[in-house]
Design a protein around this ligand. Structure first.
Ligand SMILES: *[C@@H]1O[C@H](CO)[C@@H](O)[C@H](O)[C@H]1NC(C)=O
Length: 209
């Protein structure tokens, strides 16, 4: 049994135990994932290394990347939960109201993630555009009609739900870190993918003459 310290709300400096390596490892893992998939996707767009690895089959290359990214996500979630276990609980976060909010956020977050994966398919979710596997048309149905980035916002909500469920201010801090990393990732991804689709549009225009 691990004994978790429960602090009153008097001294905010005590809410997060910054001395724990697990906290830093969680922060590093959270930052690593979007950097990793952006780096791999960009090289794929320019050099097609994964496609070549799968004998020219872009689809298999993308499936492989999907498995890698999905696995990295599971590892990150596992590290995150492990890090939370070593962090103090804040007493005001232990009420039933907070637990209910936490569950609602977690469920909402997961619905957003799962439904956007469903709407986009494997290649649409896992950077297929960089492999040259483009969507036929922009997906505008649910959940893309409620938020512009359901996958990222959904993931952030799940992190927040987990933090509140366990009553951990450190989890709220790591959630802010997740959100920031996703914002930065989108600064790189959104213009790049827009350009990939704009390029296809220009080529179609040219064919039409
Ligand atoms: C989004 O789309 C779903 C399914 O097509 C629909 O039921 C829902 O009302 C839409 N939501 C908004 C905010 O437009």
């Amino acid at each position: 049994m691990t004994v978790t310290k429960v602090y009153g709300s008097s001294d905010p400096m005590e809410w997060v135990d910054f001395s724990k390596d697990s906290l830093k490892i969680a922060a590093a893992s959270i930052a690593f994932n979007p950097i990793f998939w952006n780096a791999i996707a960009r090289q794929e767009y320019h050099n097609k290394i994964l496609t070549k690895l799968f004998c020219g089959n872009a689809r298999y290359g993308c499936y492989f990347l999907a498995v890698v990214i999905f696995s990295l996500g599971i590892v990150r979630d596992y590290i995150y939960e492990g890090a939370l276990r070593e962090q103090p609980v804040l007493d005001v976060l232990t009420t039933p109201v907070v637990k209910n909010v936490a569950a609602a956020l977690f469920i909402t977050g997961n619905i957003l993630v799962v439904t956007s994966m469903w709407a986009l398919g494997v290649t649409g979710t896992y950077l297929g555009d960089y492999f040259g596997i483009l969507m036929d048309a922009r997906v505008t149905g649910f959940p893309f009609n409620v938020t512009d980035a359901p996958m990222y916002h959904g993931s952030s909500l799940s992190f927040l739900g987990t933090a509140l469920w366990f009553g951990k201010p450190a989890g709220i801090l790591l959630t802010a870190w997740v959100w920031l990393m996703y914002q930065i990732a989108r600064q790189f991804e959104d213009p790049f993918t827009s350009e990939i689709y704009a390029k296809r549009e220009r080529e179609r225009e040219k064919k039409r003459g």
